[in-house]
Design a protein around this ligand. Structure first.
Ligand SMILES: [Zn+2]
Length: 77
C-alpha cells in the first residue's frame, strides 16, 4: 500500500469499516512508514475532538479538508 492509498482509506480504517484484507495491508504499511503513523495518530485525535462537538458522523467536507491538509504536509517533507 502506498501513502496515497492509505490517506484514501484511513477514514474507513478508523471507522472500522475497512475490509480485513485492506486493513492488513494498511497495518503492514504503517509498520514501515513513520509519516503515516503520525498521520493516523493525528486523524484519531481529530476524530475524537470532532466527536465531542458533534454527535453526527463527520461530514465528507471535513474529511476532504483533512486529507488536503495531509497531502500538503507530505509534499513539504
Ligand atoms: Zn506511508
Amino acid at each position: 500500500m502506498s501513502c496515497k492509498e492509505l490517506v484514501e482509506v484511513v477514514t474507513d480504517y478508523l471507522e472500522g469499516v475497512l475490509s480485513s484484507q485492506d486493513r492488513a495491508r494498511l497495518e503492514e504499511h504503517l509498520g514501515q512508514c513513520p509519516g503515516c503513523q503520525t498521520y493516523l495518530e493525528q486523524m484519531r485525535q481529530v476524530i475524537q475532538s470532532l466527536g465531542k462537538r458533534n454527535e453526527d458522523s463527520i461530514s465528507p467536507g471535513a474529511w476532504e479538508t483533512l486529507q488536503q491538509a495531509f497531502r500538503n504536509w507530505k509534499r513539504a517533507q
